[in-house]
Design a binder for this molecule. Structure first.
Ligand code: TYD
Ligand code: MG
Length: 458
């Protein structure tokens, strides 16, 4: 039996302590946050129930089964696309690095999350770049209520630590890591040392105080390695904000201890800040009347659990140099070369003397294997000058032997394509066959090309 006296009740939102359990924390007003915790000086800490080992404060260990699982301690950011990428919300005691080029919308996103997050605890916005007035102006423009947001405009760690103790926030946003500095890590602000030291201190604070931390990091194309990359191993989650050709922005997880890294968040930047894209399936298609030009194919690809229909564009021209080259930054160029080699080998389509250009409409970067068959279609069409049939979506993986391999979530892709007005669908052959009406199922690249291009010659 546990002795009642050796335990206290600590609020997981603000750290407030009570001798007896209460439904609502009298300090921060959060409901159901008081958790039974060993009193100071007792063995164990945090949310562990009962410890073993030395009672003199030495190293502790516990039966894993006795540890409270940290479930249900996510806070919704109030922004579904951000929650999705985080794996279902902001995990308490976690540190999240948000990287991206200057001006892409990192501060906007986090200010919006600060305003919308579903917690009654306080939020501390540390702005090392903008003045309080500027942040207020932006918050007003975004229509945010700032009641729960505390702001401080400093990058000095010693000051920030004092403020943290005073505010006891549930969410801390440090904008940006590049402005953090401390007297303890040398004289020059902005060095990697300063950034790492300060980030480490902030991470330790949120872990101890049951809060969550967002670290904003500017990433420039040149500074990827020396800068914020060095923080990746220290944090739980790494999100990168990417810009496409238009106003849309993608948020991707490069690392996530608490969720998958497959999901992307899609936003549009506009007058009202970042808004969600309700139906992104059509974002990467080009509206066209009538026949397609040669070299254009529509792939039904997956991003996480969502189907996106994307237009792949290919162009081949006789090689300008002694060696032919592949120019493709949205689809990995090694993959383009491999698909080109498969076409050359299995269909006798000469591509090795051609420079190959590949692009994806809307500028999204795609890594999913299911795009390979559509890529093959686009390359074949570009090289032969024969257009693909209109309103036809394609999905399938290619093996080096020229087989069309099955892919994940085929019926979901077919359903989305159909709902967007695609009448035809070219897919891998499956057993049992995909039941939906207009699906053409193929086993290899030869029959795929035959069914796509027969009867479609100019
Ligand atoms: P910002 O969040 O400051 O970028 P970062 O913190 O990543 O450097 O946003 C940058 C751009 O977004 C800026 O050029 C202005 C634009 N913007 C809008 O178009 N609409 C808005 O509502 C807001 C707040 C910003
Ligand atoms: Mg900013």
């Amino acid at each position: 039996m546990k002795k009642q006296k050796s335990f206290i009740f600590k609020c997981s939102a603000c750290g407030h302590e009570e001798a007896k359990w209460l439904g609502r924390c009298p300090n921060c007003g959060e409901w159901n946050t008081l958790i039974e915790t060993p009193a100071a000086g007792q063995s164990g800490g945090g949310s562990f129930a009962g410890g073993r080992g030395r009672s003199d404060g030495g190293p502790q260990y516990f039966p894993l089964s006795s540890v409270d699982p940290q479930t249900g301690i996510r806070i919704s950011s109030g922004i579904p696309e951000l929650d999705r990428v985080l794996g279902g919300g902001i995990m308490k005691r976690s540190a999240i690095l948000v990287g991206g080029e200057p001006g892409i919308g990192k501060s906007t996103l986090l200010l919006q999350a600060a305003g919308a997050s579903e917690t009654k605890g306080r939020i501390l916005y540390i702005s090392g770049e903008e003045s309080a007035g500027q942040v207020r102006m932006r918050a007003d423009r975004l229509g945010l209520k700032g009641d729960r947001i505390e702001i401080c405009c400093t990058g000095r760690l010693e000051d920030i630590e004092l403020i943290l103790e005073a505010v006891k926030p549930v969410i801390v946003i440090a904008d940006s890591v590049q402005t953090l500095h401390t007297d303890e890590a040398g004289f020059i602000p902005g060095t990697v040392n300063q950034m790492k030291f300060c980030s480490y201190e902030l991470i330790s604070w949120v872990k101890e105080h049951d809060a969550a931390l967002f670290l904003v990091a500017h990433v420039t194309k040149e500074g990827v390695i020396s800068g914020p990359k060095t923080l990746e191993h220290m944090v739980d989650t790494v999100l990168y904000f990417e810009q496409t050709d238009g106003d849309s922005r993608f948020l991707r997880a490069a690392k996530n201890r608490f969720g998958s890294v497959d999901e992307i968040g899609i936003f549009m930047m506009g007058e009202q800040g970042l808004t969600m894209v309700e139906d992104p399936s059509l974002l990467f298609l080009v509206a066209r009347e009538g026949d397609l030009p040669p070299g254009v194919a529509t792939a039904a690809t997956l991003e996480g659990t969502r189907t996106l229909l994307v237009e792949i564009q290919a162009l081949t021209v006789p090689a300008k140099g002694a060696m032919s080259r592949v120019f493709s930054d949205r689809i990995d160029s090694a993959r383009v070369s491999r698909v080109a080699a498969i076409l050359e080998k299995h269909l006798n389509l000469r591509l090795s003397d051609q420079d190959i250009y590949v692009n994806v409409a809307g500028g999204i970067r795609i890594t999913e294997v299911g795009l390979e068959l559509a890529l093959a279609g686009a390359l074949y069409s570009a090289r032969t000058g024969i257009p693909l049939p209109p309103r036809t979506a394609i999905a399938g993986e290619l093996s080096l032997a020229g087989e069309v391999r099955p892919i994940k979530r085929l019926s979901g892709r077919i359903k989305t394509a159909r709902s967007l007005g695609f009448e035809g669908f070219l897919a891998p052959w499956t057993d049992p066959p995909e039941s939906s009406g207009e699906v053409i199922a193929v086993k290899d690249i030869k029959s795929a090309v035959k069914s796509l291009f027969t009867g479609n010659a100019p």
